[in-house]
Design a protein around this ligand. Structure first.
Ligand code: PXP
Length: 236
């Protein structure tokens, strides 16, 4: 499996003091030098962590793939079409949430998703739908024409180590198998850490894991390089 490092929380820390450090670009370059498959950032409507300047610099400086997570808004679509990141992951977004809660409801807004995805695909951007492990959402993502889905692993991560772990894990596994039967490529992410990530090996043919919080949290103690290397080794 490939590792996409989400560096949003480097920006969170920087923004707390409205400072220049820690530098998001430097963090991305450390990850790139370690051979990660991509850098992931979520440009939120409220710009609480990553900002427009950051994504522009990342796109200019990085050689590795930039995966832009974004809400399904006209503003974000325009930014993506100008920026042309390698990949866009379409996520639901609520202003008050601490982090992305739940997957995108693709089935409930099928027509709008089709219209939103098409120009991105036509621009050569790899589009991925961030969805819960739910057959209805997988079918709708397939109809929407997205080549990738990213399964929301949050419920599994929360259940990890409890008697609900297996139930949540099996939902992810059967969702991945079903999606692959429709020729969708499957990524996963959210809430994955150095322990719960190990079971991702039991899910066949996952392409990429996008992991942020646990890596940046560990980096505080051991440094970013070691934190990324350890995660990369765990999922290789
Ligand atoms: N994938 C998606 C689509 C996300 O929205 C996030 C959080 O921004 C992540 C992965 C990474 O989640 P975490 O920070 O919990 O590792």
């Amino acid at each position: 499996m490939l590792l996409g490092v989400n560096i949003d929380h480097v920006a969170t820390l920087r923004n707390v003091r409205q400072a220049k450090e820690p530098d998001v670009i430097k963090a991305a370059l450390i990850c790139e030098n370690l051979g990660v498959a991509g850098i992931t950032t979520h440009l939120r409507e409220d710009r609480r962590h990553i900002k427009d300047d950051d994504v522009i610099k990342l796109k200019t400086i990085l050689h590795t793939r930039l995966n832009l997570e974004m809400a399904m808004t006209d503003e974000m679509q325009k930014i993506a079409l100008e920026l042309k990141p390698a990949a866009c992951c379409i996520v639901p977004e609520k202003r008050q949430e601490l982090t992305t809660e739940g997957g995108l409801d693709v089935a409930g807004q099928q027509k709008r998703v089709i219209e939103f995805v098409k120009p991105l695909k036509d621009a050569g951007i790899e589009v991925s739908m961030f969805i819960d492990p739910d057959a209805k959402q997988i079918e709708a993502s397939h109809i929407a024409g997205a080549p990738f889905i990213e399964l929301h692993t949050g419920a599994y991560a929360e259940a990890f180590g409890t008697n609900r772990e297996n139930t949540e894990f099996l939902k992810l596994k059967s969702a991945a198998v079903f999606a692959q039967s429709l020729n969708l490529k499957v990524n996963a992410g959210h809430g994955l850490d150095y322990e719960n990530v190990k079971r991702m090996h039991e899910i066949p043919n996952l392409v990429e894991l996008n992991i942020g919080h646990s890596i940046i949290a560990r980096a505080v103690f051991v440094g970013l390089e070691k934190a990324v290397k350890e995660m990369k080794d765990l999922i290789a």
